[in-house]
Write a protein that binds this ligand. Sequence first.
Ligand code: FES
Ligand SMILES: [Fe+2]
Length: 377
Amino acid sequence: MTIDQLRLRGADYQTALPPRCYTDPDFLALELEKVFRRDWICIGHVADIPAAGDYITFDLPGLRVMAVRQQDGSVKVLSRVCRHRAALLGREGGGKATLFVCPYHCWTYELDGRLRGAPAMSGSSGFRREDCRLPEFRSQVWESLIFLTCSPAAEDLSASLEATRARLEPYRLSELKTAFAIEEVWNTNWKVAVENGSESYHHGGVHRQTLEPLFPTTGVRAEPGGLWYNMHAVPASIDFSFEGGQEDRPSATQLNSSLGPQQLRELLILGIYPNLVIAFAGACVTVFRFVPVNVAQTLVRATWLVPASYLELANADAVLERDRRTLQAIIAEDRASCADVQVGLSCLDAPAAGPLAPIERPIGEFGSYLRRRLCGD
Ligand code: FES
Ligand SMILES: [Fe+2]
């Protein structure tokens, strides 16, 4: 299969990608090489590793890394693969370390990846301590989110997203803290999940009882995106405002005084390529990350970010439990719908080039990004 056979090159961007892009393992291999190993991928949030030695792990096919808070407060993204015989360092998910001790033969590494101890290695002619440092990946923190790239040529991420700055500023994303995360595997290709998150055309169908009454499809407004992102807004229905909230929690502007009338009356959705979708909902924000497990399965992680004062509420546990249930219900609706789409895409008569609605512009732009990355060099 070639890109030309898929008719990606030169296609117009008013149509969905061909079905095989979502079902062919060879296409996923191409995406891993040309997208996931080149562009910026979000690992997590700096607030999740507040103190020196705190770390979180992150997996991609062919990649096991950890973001580690250093003694000087900076964050490094290091390989978890031991330089001896490749056992994995660190606990799955993350933890706290003073040193990383390999569970296999007990080599030990400093927080910055330097090898400190290697028992019984003296006399080994092939061993040079300085050659055994854990590889460090290029990383960048944008709005408190930690990203890595495997490519020395990747453009500066903050510069790529500069045009979104004014629009995002009132939300104070960089000051938010992680309240909780929901992680699950969806039976769908990663792009189905990303595209689902990048449009709100489906509110009337998929979220009829949940989101549609508050943020109806009819109001969706696609905004022009850039080379590395797309954006759309969903104005609230006439009788909803984030300011109203519920009686047992502060209003949105009490939580974040920068929010203006516009932020109080709309959902703002930002897609950052390749696999991140951020939903700004008044004082709170959900970060959705979609990582391919295989061509038909995706690991979805939804992180609920809130102002620090929200976590300090006397009734924080109850309020957050309600937030979790609400988010879980919406995610379950998306999960079922995306799994359905994957089945449809696998059918012989799946649409070769489904037409996109004007309010699906972010999907057209995402397709344009993919074509650029996959068809280039
Ligand atoms: S593989 Fe890590 S010490 Fe042997
Ligand atoms: Fe949805």
